[in-house]
Design a protein around this ligand. Sequence first.
Ligand SMILES: Cc1cc2nc3c(=O)[nH]c(=O)nc-3n(C[C@H](O)[C@H](O)[C@H](O)COP(=O)(O)OP(=O)(O)OC[C@H]3O[C@@H](n4cnc5c(N)ncnc54)[C@H](O)[C@@H]3O)c2cc1C
Length: 334
Amino acid sequence: MGIKASATCVMNFDGATGWIVDAPNKGLAAMFTMMNYERLGVGIQGLATGERSYQSAVDYARERIQSRAPTGPQAKDKAADPIIVHPDVRRMLLTMKALNEGGRAFSSYVAMQLDTAKFSEDPATRKRAEELVALLTPVAKAFLTDMGLETTIHGQQVFGGHGFIREWGQEQLVRDCRITQIYEGTNGIQALDLVGRKVIGSGGAFYRHFAEEIKAFTDSADSSLAEFVEPLKAAIANLEQMTAELLERAKANPNEIGAASVEYLQVFGYTAYAYMWALMARAALGKQDQDDFYASKLGTARFYFARILPRIHSLTAAVKAGSESLYLLDAAQF
Ligand SMILES: Cc1cc2nc3c(=O)[nH]c(=O)nc-3n(C[C@H](O)[C@H](O)[C@H](O)COP(=O)(O)OP(=O)(O)OC[C@H]3O[C@@H](n4cnc5c(N)ncnc54)[C@H](O)[C@@H]3O)c2cc1C
């Protein structure tokens, strides 16, 4: 479907002999020595396709003329306005920008924890970073790639019919991004890993590192950041309540974990990006009048909190709905 430059194919070794390498049952542990880096790498592959799609879509939206702005003509010297004036095109571009820059910050944050886990000379710091890496790696892999696909599809849509045909490159980005949700462990399996092994498996300890860091940030933030800090606090409180309820339900019914896990991971991802956007807003606030870079950061942070973070409410409702409705049909009734 995509990544055509990768020489991947199916090979069947009929009648071949296999030899075990090293001790039995040690293979999975050996594989996991590289897995955290690999999974973050695949997450960044998804993010990168989204960023490339965004850069082309912005250029196109500035140039392509079609219809007039709802508030009246903007480019009076032209037969029509550039499509970047239309609210829906701005929605698509800003969604892409907010998800890409949130994802870039989050992937750098996880990479920093990987480096700390490997290179810190302090054993307690190393342990905390290792546990954060364990918690956040499945989120980085699955959420960056899910958002990567959403982003490339918005980029394709900005191009209209030119997004579907091959000439402009946008359709290739959609195809190339798709594998990132599947290989290196499907995103469904990443979500099970997050909820089952990392959150429940650590008795909530790994999760607390992350929640405590965010709380320290919200407690120390001054009132000029309230527009970002208040929704971030509410998002963390929502995640905490959702986690506690899920842990309770999972004790009575093992299906509850798998029924909730994908939406749970997404609530986690949007909340993590909200933390990243609050940090970026803190860095930009006060500098927006002198510099377009900071003005753009602040505007995008506002868009993220107004239009993207509220997605957690419908996802939380799905998590809370539990497994019951998934088991109303038997296999023959599908
Ligand atoms: C282009 C390409 C390159 C690849 N490169 C490599 C490589 O270099 N090295 C390598 O080792 N592998 C590679 N793979 C394999 C890849 O990692 C696997 O295809 C992927 O992890 C999914 O496993 P599967 O195909 O066996 O799917 P399955 O395990 O059969 O999964 C099918 C579906 O069922 C779901 N599912 C399975 N088990 C559960 C469960 N317990 N609970 C809930 N849902 C479940 C999955 O999420 C998925 O949606 C590659 C695959 C492709 C397509």
